[in-house]
Design a protein around this ligand. Structure first.
Ligand code: P61
Length: 466
């Protein structure tokens, strides 16, 4: 029987496949306290203290609850400087569940992005990808490359209902290859799922077509596999050909289409810290294994403690478990459907790691220079202490050549759901707060920058009310 039927009955609710054995109190603040906290944070939700936050939907990165098995694994940490047994356990897990040959552990995803960018990109290269991600694009630029978005147009339209908005537009890629020549394109950068598009999956059909095209031109595919299990679940649900496959087999099939992968294990893989670079090519592995000792640590720990590698090895096995992934995505979709029913403008279809509010439609009285998504994230915090994240013009940064703001079509606020942390009642409170903010949306004013750092400005910028 297919694994998706195994779980008793498809018609039943997505209830959590775990029970809670430890709790962490959260603080409910007054509006007055939140006014002070937000103003001290320069209207940037990244600069709030978590103590001042009630329900923290800033990110699903490193915020998951580990299982009792993972905690038990933490106790089995082998903290040897070299050759820790936890490294070999992790290497086995990466080979078995993802299918890549070589593993280079890192402290988190961007360290792997740094290494692969430095190894593969030369000055003047073009790196096409299915929408930008902030850290990925920055490392490509720092290595001398230019990122070019080749995602399908539907991904830039919050209302378009395409089931695989993470797909690549192969015509756009062919045009780039014709324009620049395949030698200027070291690899295509493919994310599963696409974070900035709203957590949207890519189909295996599209990925296999991309593989063919890349093989034809001898171009590599580097896979940002940060949320690959979530992507695989959406393939099982919506790509007919794979409806009988297990999520775990689909994950391997996705990875098999690609040559290397960067992983922020803080998401799908259910750990609070960790990541890796995985590659099939022996020569690239050799370079990465040498580079990791410069920036991270020895190649058998690369920035992680032994206990962290153990928790990650166990987290990988849990991440592809059907009951887990169904409940994880089910919770996100529960919140999304609630907001859709209340008439709130959100990115559709609902993605897998969060619900993304369409700030342009939410606040039509603000233009993009008035930073609508940043303003909306602040307004939500003021209403209820729910912390969200801007994913619009602030996140998109500036064009490195002209110095002008990049103006993305998508101006979004991300309500990101940590894994195994919040309950359905928390989701209800979030929905009630968004509805209240929507009812009073005309009163929300814009913001302007008063401090802007050079790199990844959204993390540390400060703002003032207009
Ligand atoms: C997040 F506001 N994501 O979504 P690292 N690829 C992908 C990610 O989602 C990702 C990384 C690579 C975060 C944390 C974060 O603009 C931001 O382990 C698809 O964070 O180094 C991280 O992995 C990088 C938040 C990162 C941001 C960048 O919340």
């Amino acid at each position: 029987m297919a694994e998706h039927q195994k779980s008793s009955d498809r018609k039943r609710s997505w209830a959590e496949p775990y029970k809670i054995k430890m709790v962490e109190p959260v603080r409910i603040t007054t509006r007055e306290e939140r006014e002070t906290a937000l103003s001290e944070a320069g209207y940037n939700t990244f600069l709030l203290k978590s103590n001042d936050v009630y329900i923290d939907l800033l990110t699903d990165s490193g915020t998951s609850a580990m299982s009792d098995r993972q905690w038990a694994g933490m106790m089995m940490g082998d903290e040897a400087y070299a050759g820790s047994r936890n490294f070999y356990h992790l290497e086995d897990a990466v080979r078995k569940y993802y299918g890549y040959k070589h593993l280079v552990p890192t402290h988190q995803g961007r360290a792997a992005e740094h290494m692969i960018s430095q190894i593969l990109i030369s000055q003047g290269d073009i790196i096409p990808g299915n929408m930008y991600f902030t850290t990925t694009k920055l490392h490509q630029e720092l290595a001398g490359g230019t990122f070019v978005d080749i995602i399908i147009d539907e991904a830039h339209d919050p209302a378009d209902l395409h089931s695989f908005k993470g797909n690549v537009d192969l015509d756009k890629l062919e045009d780039l290859i014709t324009e620049h020549g395949p030698d200027k394109i070291p690899y295509v950068s493919i994310a599963t799922t696409v974070n900035m598009a709203g957590g949207q999956p890519i189909s295996l059909k599209n990925l296999k077509e991309l593989r063919k095209l890349c093989d034809h031109h001898n171009i590599m595919i580097v896979h940002d596999m940060t949320r690959v299990a979530e992507n695989a679940y959406m393939i099982q649900k919506n790509e007919k050909e794979y409806s009988d496959w297990s999520v775990s087999d689909i994950v391997v099939e996705i990875c098999n289409q690609t040559d290397a992968a960067t992983m922020s294990a803080k998401k799908d893989a259910l750990v609070n810290i960790g990541g890796f670079l995985a590659v099939n090519d022996d020569e690239i592995f050799d370079k990465a294994r040498n580079m990791v000792v410069v920036y991270e640590g020895l190649h058998t720990y690369g920035g992680m403690a032994g206990r962290d590698m153990e928790a990650l090895a166990i987290g990988i096995t849990e991440s592809v478990d059907y009951d887990h992934i169904r409940a994880r995505v089910g919770q996100v979709q529960y919140l999304g459907e609630k907001l859709i029913d209340a008439g709130i403008p959100v990115v559709k279809p609902i993605g897998t790691h969060g619900v993304f509010l369409d700030a342009k439609a939410f606040l039509p009285h603000l233009n993009q220079d008035q930073l609508p998504a940043q303003s909306l994230a602040g307004a939500i915090y003021l209403d209820s202490g729910v912390r969200a994240m801007e994913r619009g013009v602030v996140s998109a940064g500036r064009n490195p050549e002209t110095g002008e703001h990049n103006y993305p079509k998508l101006e979004l606020v991300r309500l990101t759901i940590p894994r195994r942390v919040y309950t359905q009642a928390h989701m209800d409170v979030v929905a009630e707060s968004i509805e209240a903010v929507y009812a009073n949306r005309e009163q929300i004013t814009g913001l302007k920058f008063v401090y802007e750092p050079e790199y990844l400005r959204f993390f540390q910028s400060r703002f003032e009310r207009l």
